[in-house]
Design a protein around this ligand. Structure first.
Ligand code: PEP
Ligand code: MG
Length: 550
């Protein structure tokens, strides 16, 4: 039995035959061209054909895989129309006298390198998208009409990487698992695997050898491993594990529609963390109580210039309406540090995590902030929007924010633009300073949400982006847990609720501790909602003893 390991993207066990998905990169035969104008026309014609084909695929995906998975095909259409992308192709054709296909290939490689080298995982994953759209145009220019290979037997798909459009074209009833040699956990193939509940692993260091076709394999999506040619004892063992996991999953699905209450009657609100409106369907699918953290900076990161008030309003309105009265907590712009957009023209800083980021940018450049607040208040007329401010360190900051927010509302009143009178305003507690003065902050805001990702990095002085410091990073550090307790106690003394929206909130080994501390709400990735509901419903807080010296 051969064994290869990678990163688990979606858990589950798959047992079946391998199907190698190999895409030959289109060989570009003609490089030099005499008539740049003709090549530009060929490029534009191929581009419109590609956009039409993507629209057809979008409609297919919408029916088969739902809006969340289909949305990427719309994004691809937008990317193909991107001015920078088009300018690059046309510039190369004109300046280098080359064919359209060659210019697209150079542009593909340039943008691929650019996205791949970004530190932000989300932006990194866009590299696969730019490759996907470029290869589609090249295939059209080279008259290649081939489609992904088809098979009639449900199989384990192994590929170098799968582009979103390739993934959508696969018949999902014939896919037992996805195994890719490249790809990231944020890639759309990964998102699709999660939506379709298909075990998936990426970054598997294995040969993409055609001779593997038809051989038996087991994919263990829990530990991110593929076993090739397993013996019958191992297959039986994995079949048992598969049955047990199916039972567990069935049990989790039965928790949909049920309350998240501990055995001793404490009701906990379970919210989802999202980055864009595409994620909304998984919030509903996983029966979250709403959205506890909408990282609004992704709206800015996906654009080449500041999103307008109207654009933002439409996005927040969609979120509010889709969740139909359930709470949607939108965190205002948290850009800077690891999240950069060129058009902000932020100066390079020695110490970006401690520099001009998040609320500091909003208070420095108030126009950006006011535009976002106007959009948020306007959207509040369409559902239950709450606003949350990141990276707070002082009461003065909160007072300044409240003054701006009041001015924005006054302006809307004067313009007779409707908004809800019940918009809650809360803050993230993600700096030790905020945690330690949470008694004072609690008097000024409607709720607290603890951002344990930043709180941990600032408490331990460990850069969350730097893997070299992993050895010194203790996710359960007593300092962080003690701060959480301080924050929750101060919130309750002042009659407000406190939740956790950082990654620690989904650490099931800490759930009992958080419940004992008295955390009121947890906001986690949508797929963790049901496992947490299960854990909470089995906990009796009166019987929990602190494992930690809090
Ligand atoms: C956090 O810091 O814990 C948090 C939720 O915010 P982000 O991860 O977006 O910085
Ligand atoms: Mg944070």
């Amino acid at each position: 039995m051969e064994k290869y390991s990678g990163k688990s993207v979606f858990s589950g066990i798959a047992i079946g035959k391998i199907r190698i998905f190999k895409k030959g990169r289109q060989k570009i035969k003609n490089i030099k061209a005499d008539d740049p104008k003709k090549e530009i026309a060929r490029f534009n014609e191929a581009k419109s054909k590609a956009i039409d084909a993507l629209q057809e695929l979008y409609e297919k995906a919408l029916k088969e895989a739902g809006e969340q998975s289909a949305a990427i095909l719309q994004i691809h259409q937008i990317m193909l129309n991107d001015v920078d992308y088009t300018n690059s192709v046309e510039g190369i054709i004109t300046n280098q006298n080359v064919t359209a296909e060659f210019a697209v290939a150079i542009t593909r490689d340039y943008f691929f390198e650019m996205f791949s080298s970004m530190s932000d995982e989300y932006m990194k994953a866009r590299a696969a998208d730019v490759k996907d759209i470029s290869e589609r145009v090249i295939r059209i220019l080279c008259n290649d009409h081939s489609k992904p290979t088809d098979s009639k037997v449900p199989s384990i798909i192994i590929a170098d990487d799968l582009s979103p459009s390739e993934t959508v074209q696969l018949d999902k009833d014939l896919v037992l698992a996805f195994v890719t040699i490249h790809g990231s956990s944020n890639s759309h193939t990964a998102i699709l695997a999660k939506t379709m509940n298909i075990p998936a692993i990426t970054c598997v260091n294995m040969p993409l050898d055609i001779s593997l076709n038809g051989r038996m394999a087991v994919v263990d999506g829990y530990n991110g491993t593929i076993y090739i040619d397993p013996d019958s004892t191992f297959v039986k063992e994995m079949q048992l594990k598969q049955e047990k996991e199916l039972c567990k999953r069935k049990h989790l699905l039965e928790l949909k529609g049920k309350d998240t209450v501990t055995l001793d009657g404490k009701k906990i609100m379970l919210y989802a963390n999202i980055e864009n409106t595409v994620n909304l369907s998984s919030v509903i699918d996983n029966d979250a109580n709403g959205v506890g953290l909408f990282r609004s900076e992704f709206i800015y990161l996906e654009k080449n210039s500041f999103p307008t008030e109207e654009e933002q309003f439409q996005i927040y309105k969609t979120a509010a309406e889709t969740l139909n009265g359930k709470r949607v907590v939108v965190r205002t712009l948290d850009i800077g540090a690891d999240k950069q957009a060129d058009y902000f023209n932020l100066e390079k800083e020695e110490n970006p995590a401690m520099g001009l980021r998040a609320i500091r940018i909003c208070l420095t450049n108030q126009e950006i902030f006011r535009t976002q607040l106007r959009a948020l208040y306007r959207a509040s007329a369409f559902g239950q929007i709450a606003i949350m401010y990141p990276l707070i360190t002082s009461v003065d900051e909160v007072l300044e924010i409240k003054k701006i927010s009041k001015e924005v509302k006054k302006e809307l009143d004067e313009q007779k633009i409707p908004y809800s009178q019940n918009v809650e305003e809360g803050i993230m507690i993600e700096t030790p300073a905020a945690a330690l003065i949470s008694d004072k902050l609690a008097k000024e805001v409607d709720f607290f949400s603890i951002g344990t990702n930043d709180l941990s990095q600032y408490a331990m002085a460990i850069d969350r982006q730097n893997s070299k410091t992993d050895r010194f990073y203790d996710p359960h550090h007593l300092a962080v847990l003690r701060m959480i307790k301080i924050v929750v106690d101060n919130a309750h003394k002042n009659g407000i609720r406190a939740g956790i929206c950082g990654e620690l909130g989904s650490d099931l080994s800490l759930t009992k501790t958080f419940l004992k501390i008295g955390v009121d709400e947890l906001s986690v990735s949508p797929s963790m909602i049901l496992p947490l509901r299960d854990k909470i419903r089995k906990t009796d807080t009166s019987k929990v003893k602190f494992k930690y010296d809090l």
